[in-house]
Design a protein around this ligand. Structure first.
Ligand SMILES: *[C@@H]1O[C@H](CO)[C@@H](O)[C@H](O)[C@H]1NC(C)=O
Ligand SMILES: *[C@@H]1O[C@H](CO)[C@@H](O)[C@H](O)[C@H]1NC(C)=O
Ligand SMILES: *[C@@H]1O[C@H](CO)[C@@H](O)[C@H](O)[C@H]1NC(C)=O
Ligand SMILES: *[C@@H]1O[C@H](CO)[C@@H](O)[C@H](O)[C@H]1NC(C)=O
Ligand SMILES: *[C@@H]1O[C@H](CO)[C@@H](O)[C@H](O)[C@H]1NC(C)=O
Ligand SMILES: *[C@@H]1O[C@H](CO)[C@@H](O)[C@H](O)[C@H]1NC(C)=O
Length: 353
């Protein structure tokens, strides 16, 4: 290689090879980074028919920018330039607004409105050695028109413990390969999914994503939603396009359920509180010894015993039995302590006197 270059290149080349082959560098752990600019190998010799002068390796074309991400309908500009003389004409092969070939050192391709989803622009240059070309990677994107969420599956009331499917429909998005859909419950992300549609045409498509949930009574009124995001990388827009769906809140039916323990302890004087819940709220009737009763608001010892709740909700009817124990009231123990403290105080005062 050294032998075929021009005199200066030969000198530089030999200088580098002598520097790298010096015995000192063998014993140093790591040679310090060279502060001098990178020295390129000499240009290939212009002998016709040489296989190394044609093809990608020797292609002196540069694209600015080197990749493009553009929203459908937006303008596009790219500059293709040749770094050496002897390569002309220079031109673009592209399906939209292809400019005429030029003998200048550069050629700009400009489109006012990008309307081709699968465009593949290529810049080429011709020299005596043949043609060389460079491809401009271009992504045309479009955020979805609409993102909507729904519950699918059996119709009718949603019951606690039942499995159901959330469906997120993303309409008319491109490129679907770069779409990420996330399901949310309130502010919590549940699942992140990517499309598995392989779309060689790159045109906008509609895709449906699903996620199964098991309903709990805490889901009643919780907001579910989904988000569609186009991840277009560092060449894409600074903020990736995001479209969110509406919120949906399931109505989850449950119950009747007993909230209090089945062995309930209350203090004398306190109210006997035991709730039966459900959605919708069931109607509850309390029985004691076969008699309809109202739970006492001030319990006394005689209120101890077995109570039965007869609850009727939308999902059916249930009976609950609660055994109530009435403990000595806290008020008596308190006044006992007060008397004791008063006595101690009196004794102290007597001692002082
Ligand atoms: C295109 O690139 C060349 C080489 O870098 C530069 O000289 C020229 O001004 C550029 N043209 C435009 C329109 O940007
Ligand atoms: C989005 O889709 C949903 C479900 O098909 C529909 O109800 C809603 O009106 C649409 N919104 C827009 C803005 O098109
Ligand atoms: C992914 O592919 C499988 C089988 O090819 C298909 O059943 C499923 O619906 C696809 N999922 C999405 C989100 O398109
Ligand atoms: C989600 O639920 C549907 C309907 O019950 C079922 O056919 C499907 O296999 C479930 N998918 C997953 C991933 O569990
Ligand atoms: C967009 O999708 C293509 C095809 O799946 C992938 O090669 C590329 O890396 C994606 N870009 C980003 C920024 O994720
Ligand atoms: C609940 O109790 C009522 C009255 O004792 C009785 O008629 C009914 O059959 C009971 N229901 C159940 C589900 O045990």
């Amino acid at each position: 290689m050294c032998a075929s270059g021009r005199p200066i290149a030969l000198l530089l080349c030999c200088l580098i090879s002598s520097a790298t082959s010096s015995p000192v560098s063998i014993f140093t752990p790591a040679p310090p980074p060279s502060p001098s600019p990178t020295i390129l190998p000499p240009p290939p010799s212009p002998s016709p028919g040489d296989p190394e002068t044609t093809g990608e390796v020797g292609c002196p074309l540069t694209l600015s920018p080197s990749t493009l991400v553009v929203r459908f309908g937006d303008p596009v500009t790219a500059n293709c330039s040749v770094s050496r003389i002897g390569f002309s004409p220079l031109g673009w092969v592209v399906s939209l607004a292809a400019p005429e070939a030029t003998t200048d050192r550069f050629q700009v391709w400009r489109v006012d409105r990008m309307t081709d989803w699968s465009i593949r622009p290529t810049c080429y240059a011709l020299s005596e050695q043949g043609q060389c070309d460079i491809h401009l990677p271009l992504t045309v994107y479009k955020p979805p028109d609409n993102v909507s969420i729904s519950f699918v599956g059996p119709t009718g009331p949603m019951l606690e413990g039942q499995q159901c499917t959330l469906q997120c429909t993303v309409e008319d998005v491109a490129p679907v390969e770069n779409l990420t859909v996330t399901f949310y419950r309130g502010r919590t992300a549940l699942s992140q999914q990517q499309s598995n549609i392989s779309n060689t045409e790159k045109k906008p498509v509609t895709d449906i994503f699903s996620f199964n949930i098991t309903l709990s009574k805490e889901d009643d009124g919780v907001q579910y939603w989904c988000e569609a995001k186009l991840e277009l990388g560092p060449d894409g827009p600074q903020r990736p396009p995001v479209v969110t769906s509406q919120n949906i809140s399931p109505t989850v039916y449950f119950g009747p359920q007993l909230v209090c323990p089945t062995k309930l302890q209350v203090r004398e004087g306190e109210g006997l509180r035991c709730e039966v819940t459900g959605n919708p709220q069931p109607s509850v009737t309390w029985f004691r010894d076969g008699q309809v009763v109202v739970l006492p608001t001030h319990s006394s010892r005689k209120d101890a015993g077995k109570y039965t709740a007869f609850a009727e909700g939308l999902l059916g009817q249930k009976n609950f039995t609660v055994e109530v124990e009435v403990l000595p009231g806290s008020g008596t123990t308190n006044s006992c302590n007060e008397h004791f403290l008063l006595a101690v105080l009196l004794i102290q005062m007597i001692n002082w006197l």
